[in-house]
Design a protein around this ligand. Structure first.
Ligand SMILES: Cc1ncc(COP(=O)(O)O)c(C=O)c1O
Length: 424
């Protein structure tokens, strides 16, 4: 886990550079009405129209879709039914983190797909336990429960929190059962997760949803300190960076106050990193930038690069409240999805942590970095060691281009097996 970086601003701003670049580009794109006419939405072919009409006829009308039928994807580009190309900055709503049809993921998918897809959780399977081990090793957590989506990961977190509170109390006492959530939050569409979702439009039509949820203003420390109450609050659900609600980053003070209030009152702190986790902020976990650790973290979207998966990561203290039969899923943690997730998380189990900012990056390994440094040099890439010789140090010239960085990453990736060869 990355250490607390005291130089970070109070409100974490994931990409000032991206924002600046966009501001510049957007203002240079402010064009006259006349030129806008020329670029107005292109006509749709019969093929696309047919797909849109079939959707309208056969599907339950819950999605406000753009009039585009996507047919294929490659890297960061997708192509519609008329062959039109799009640069995909939506990535299936923060899902396709390695782009579309990444060749390494396709290879694993085909290999595992020819071997075993699904066995149910009545049996053991190696990819599932390997993926859990990998997640535990690179996070605060001790144990993992797999699900098929983000909303299910949050449902698991709700049940874990309720069971944990029940487990804590002596006979005769009432357990804490209530939850705290925040303005602009989004935690999913199932009846527990939607109860924690602030937007009334998503929640009110389905009431009564799970009772006992109090919504507070995101960032209001005083309200949180008053409302997190011993014997009443089971858990606090918070996105360190809110996605669906409008991209709002928590302040460090706010998350720290939640941590303290939860600790003081026996409540669990649950970070929903379904959208902001798994590398999107430049840290593996969004909460690393704040240096504040939750009791439970939920994940989903990019975990298997686009296949359906979710996960609820938790400490031993919480996990030990769950007994056989307390929760389960038919599909969750299938060998096919877990094998692809292992690949999407990155090949090399020797990488313990990636630290740093901008162009000062350290990659900590669980073995000596020397074989990798040597292999890189033999392939024309100069990198350094640091720490106790187990950290790769990348400090390139500040004028390095994106293409050169891409090239360096490729060479680096190809040389990684040198670590395996040296550790046998
Ligand atoms: C923060 C957060 N939590 C939960 C969810 C629900 O995930 P899913 O759509 O996979 O159920 C989402 C989906 O956008 C999300 O952004």
């Amino acid at each position: 886990m990355a250490t607390l970086n005291s130089s970070l601003p109070n409100s974490i701003s994931p990409s000032a550079d991206l924002r600046r670049r966009f501001k510049r580009k957007i203002s240079s794109c402010l064009v006259s009405e006349k030129s806008q006419e020329k670029t107005s939405s292109p006509s749709i072919s019969w093929k696309a129209k047919e797909i849109i009409e079939m959707e309208a006829k056969y599907l339950v009308g819950t999605y406000a879709r753009a009039p585009v039928a996507i047919e294929r994807g490659n890297g960061c580009r997708v192509y519609d039914a008329d062959g039109r190309e799009y640069l995909d900055m939506a990535a299936g709503i923060a899902v396709n983190s390695l782009g579309h049809c990444d060749p390494d993921l396709v290879k694993v998918l085909v290999e595992q797909g020819s071997n075993l897809w699904h066995v149910s959780n009545a049996y053991y399977s190696l990819p599932q336990v390997e993926l859990a081990k990998r997640l535990v090793e690179c996070s605060f957590s001790d144990r993992v429960f797999f699900t098929n989506s983000g909303t299910e990961a949050n449902e698991a977190a709700i049940k874990f929190a309720r069971k944990f509170q029940r487990h804590l109390i002596a006979g005769g006492e009432e357990p804490a059962t209530e939850f705290i959530s925040f303005s602009n939050s989004f935690h999913g569409r199932t009846i527990g997760s939607v109860a924690l979702t602030s937007k009334e439009h998503y929640r009110i039509p389905f009431e009564p949803v799970m009772p006992g949820v109090t919504f507070l203003e995101y960032g209001d420390i005083e309200a949180a300190m008053k409302t997190i109450v011993s014997g009443k609050t089971a858990a606090v659900f918070v996105e360190p960076i809110q996605g669906e609600g409008g991209i709002y980053s928590a302040t460090k003070d706010f998350l720290q106050a939640l941590r303290t209030a939860c600790d003081d009152n026996g409540a669990l702190l649950i970070f929903d990193e379904v959208q902001c986790g798994l590398g999107r902020t430049g840290h593996l976990w969004a909460h690393e930038a704040y240096g504040i650790i939750p009791d439970i973290m939920t994940l989903a979207k990019p975990l298997a690069g686009g296949l359906p998966i979710g996960a609820c990561l938790t400490t031993e203290r919480v996990a030990e409240a769950m007994n056989l039969g307390d929760h389960g899923s038919t599909f969750a943690g299938s060998p096919l999805v877990c094998k692809v997730a292992l690949k999407a998380l990155g090949d090399n189990p020797h990488v313990k942590e990636v630290r740093g900012l901008g162009l000062i990056v350290g990659i900590e390994l669980d073995v000596s970095a020397t074989p990798l440094v040597n292999a890189c040099r033999q392939s024309g890439l100069l990198v350094l060691t640091a720490g106790k010789g187990n950290v790769i140090r990348l400090v390139p010239p500040l004028i390095i281009s994106e293409e050169e960085l891409e090239y360096a990453a490729e060479v680096f990736k190809k040389c990684m097996p040198a670590l395996d060869a040296a550790s046998v």
